[in-house]
Design a protein around this ligand. Structure first.
Ligand code: HEM
Length: 265
């Protein structure tokens, strides 16, 4: 086959006009037969081929590599996450899981998610715009804080407990959930302040796509277990609804003996 100079230059031009041609991690939505689950990030990593695009056969090596190359998680954190996830496969001594396994209700998947309906109300794993609208209503400025994320978590739990008679949220769900609510900060935000740009988070949830075209890049320093614990701790602290008394009123005295004193004597 003969190539003219023009055709070669044309190909180069095409490649530079379409940088995705050579990008193995160019985003593709799931096709028929591809598994996806309730985790927007695992879905995203599969959509970008950091995980197998079909969402199957997620072994430790595959998960560790995907979290490293997609998000710069260090190997020990990624390996720990695999250990926590493997229970999703109902098979004994399993060495892999699939994105579909993650849908099993009350194994890892739980009620009051930020972007999915409760299993009682419908699909527990497909992105739900109505549920996500409830969540994002609490992200009240272009820079989302741990407090706003905590508000959305609490709100989703209250709506769920009010309207889902099967509402379940155990102590271990709480730990898992704190990590999930911290996750947007961990992936896209500032690990010192705990703040994250709202548009990056919304783009990620709504498209199950890394917000590269909005200027995001993976962190230069590898993300560690300590980072995750610190940011989850920020979310946990921000779920506390008790404030200090306003200093100007000096209303710090203990109230005793009336209904407003509650159980305190
Ligand atoms: C081994 C790796 C991972 C596994 C097995 C996993 C699994 C899950 C599961 C089962 C859920 C559903 C919980 C629910 O019912 O709401 C979930 C939610 C979530 N995950 Fe992951 N995940 C992994 C890694 C990550 C990473 C690396 C991030 C981002 C840094 C992430 C971000 C999220 C977020 C934001 C949610 C909450 C979704 C919502 O509430 O609607 N996950 N994950």
């Amino acid at each position: 086959m003969k190539f003219s100079i023009q055709s070669i230059l044309g190909l180069v031009g095409l490649a530079s006009a379409n940088p995705h041609i050579h990008d193995p991690h160019h985003w593709h939505p799931p096709g028929p037969g591809d598994f996806r689950g309730p985790c927007p990030m695992m879905n995203t990593l599969a959509n970008h081929n950091f995980l197998p695009h079909d969402g199957r056969n997620l072994t430790r090596a595959v998960v560790v590599d995907a979290l490293k190359s997609g998000l710069n998680f260090n190997a020990s954190l990624a390996s720990l996450m695999f250990d926590m996830a493997i229970v999703a496969n109902p098979q004994e001594n399993a060495t892999y899981f699939t994105l579909d396994h993650l849908n099993r209700h009350n194994v890892l998947e739980h009620d009051a998610s930020l972007s999915r309906a409760d299993a009682f109300a419908g699909s527990n794993h497909i992105f739900n715009a109505t549920v996500f609208a409830q969540t994002r209503a609490f992200w009240t400025s272009p820079t989302v804080t741990p407090e706003m994320l905590a508000n959305s978590k609490l709100a989703r739990q209250i709506v769920s407990r009010a309207f889902n008679p099967t509402y379940t949220f155990t102590q271990s769900t709480e730990q898992f959930s704190l990590g999930e609510v911290a996750a947007p900060i961990i992936a896209f935000g500032d690990l010192e302040t705990g703040q994250v740009e709202r548009e990056l988070v919304e783009y990620f949830f709504e498209n199950e796509r890394l917000p590269t075209e909005l200027g995001w890049t993976a962190k230069a320093d590898a993300i560690t277990q300590e980072d995750v614990l610190r940011i989850s701790g920020m979310i946990s602290a921000a779920t506390n609804l008790i404030t200090d008394a306003p200093t100007e009123t000096g209303a710090t005295h203990a109230r005793r003996g009336d209904l407003h004193a509650g159980l305190r004597v």
